[in-house]
Design a protein around this ligand. Structure first.
Ligand SMILES: [Zn+2]
Length: 402
């Protein structure tokens, strides 16, 4: 139950009630479609006449369409209602250190077009590149009504100013992507941290957290991020900085992290850490037949080598999995969530790393835990799909006074 905030509240008008009911009906259509008006009334507890009024309005605004005729034993046959996926499109942008993906999705979060650009090392160059590409992308799809642009970034975002504060793995500080993108496109732009975007993706499109209000999305990539949902809401903290568990110290004398501190969790358990373990283990042995240095592999290479049973690659991956377990035990002990969903390339090796992670978590948790630890479906593109949810939630989420 939430306490009423007496310093900032909005009294309920009949319009508030209508808005809440409209959002409930719209979300029921989205999640239960195809659905008849009678079933909407049953699911929502609203009067049939209220449902009729709301659905007429939603059809008029083109959020909802009427589809096939249903069966009824007698009387008028019901018509099923669907979400009108064609009403609008949303652009999603996922920024990662090497590659940035730009995608076009419908209102159900299905991607209908996608392209990639290299992520420039310098933030100013990148913002200029991205603005140009997004403008070209929109020109390529001129028939579309755009609802907005969602952007996921590998760093923390100041929620109020919508500026990227710090992205250690990009080396960027205080970057404004929102203003230039909005000026270029004339569209609403929403910025979010990648792990939070994954949590939103799970909340709006996921299969693992239906009916659950406490879960954590853990992104494992060049760094580590956590998107924490408690009581059905993302934990942001007053400035949006909450959730930086990748930079929580697990060893004071540990290796240097890109944030400037030592011994952060991500310096032990990220893709970058695993590649470093492999490079250290093969130091001086990575020569080809002409005695030339073979370059350090990427994390994808490492996964491939491990799948081919390369012992040093397997060791590097096992060590990474061990430290993932160490940090996850901290999350399980601290938050006791229902589920922790791991997002990232490493989940492709889940058969190997899953049991290691679970064993370490069990050994390190002082109390028996009910938390399920599961891999996200990599093909669902959770980082990108979360950017679609960022825009979608403006229409479908419960109204807020914040
Ligand atoms: Zn750090």
């Amino acid at each position: 139950m939430r306490k009423i905030d007496l310093t900032s509240f909005q009294i309920a008008t009949s319009e508030t009630a209508r808005d809440i009911n409209r959002r409930i009906v719209l979300d029921l259509v989205r999640t239960r479609q195809p659905i008849s008006r009678a079933d909407l009334a049953r699911c929502s507890g609203l009067q049939r006449s209220t449902i009729s009024l709301i659905t007429e309005q939603l059809i008029e605004e083109q959020w909802v369409t009427e589809g096939a005729m249903g069966h009824a034993p007698r009387g008028r046959k019901p018509r099923f209602l669907h979400l009108n996926d064609e009403r609008a499109r949303i652009i999603g942008i996922n920024v990662r250190p090497a590659v940035t993906t730009i995608a076009l999705a419908d209102l159900s979060g299905r991607f209908v077009a996608q392209e990639s650009i290299g992520t420039a090392a310098d933030s100013k160059t990148f913002v200029a590149d991205l603005s140009d590409r997004v403008r070209d992308f929109i020109r390529l799809h001129p028939q579309v009504f755009y609802e907005g642009i969602g952007v996921s970034l590998p760093g923390r975002v100041d929620y109020a100013s919508q500026r990227l504060v710090f992205a250690p793995n990009l080396g960027w500080r205080d970057v404004d992507l929102k203003t230039p993108l909005e000026l270029t496109t004339g569209l609403l732009v929403e910025i979010e941290n990648a792990a939070n975007a994954c949590a939103l993706s799970e909340m709006w499109f996921g299969r693992h957290t239906e009916g659950l209000h406490d879960f954590i999305s853990l992104t494992v990539s060049e760094g580590i991020g956590t998107g924490i949902v408690t009581n059905g809401q993302l934990v942001r903290g007053p400035t949006g900085m909450a959730g930086e568990f990748g930079h929580v110290l697990i060893n004071e004398e540990g290796p240097l992290c890109r944030c400037g501190n030592r011994g952060c969790w991500e310096a032990y358990a990220s893709n970058t850490a695993a590649v470093n373990y492999y490079a250290q283990a093969t130091n001086g042995t990575r020569k080809n037949s002409a005695n030339r240095d073979i370059p350090v592999p990427t994390f994808d290479d490492l996964l491939r080598l491990a799948a081919q049973r390369d012992s040093k690659a397997v060791e590097a991956l096992d060590r990474m999995a061990h430290y993932l377990g160490v940090g996850i035990a901290m999350l399980v002990t601290g938050f006791a969530p229902s589920v922790i969903i791991i997002v990232g390339e490493v989940t492709r090796a889940w058969e190997r790393i899953g049991p290691i992670i679970k064993r370490v978590v069990e050994e390190r948790s002082p109390m028996p835990s009910m938390t399920r630890i599961i891999p996200a479906d990599d093909t669902a593109h959770p980082r990108l799909r979360g950017t679609i949810a960022l825009i979608l939630q403006k229409h479908f989420a419960a109204p807020t006074t914040a």
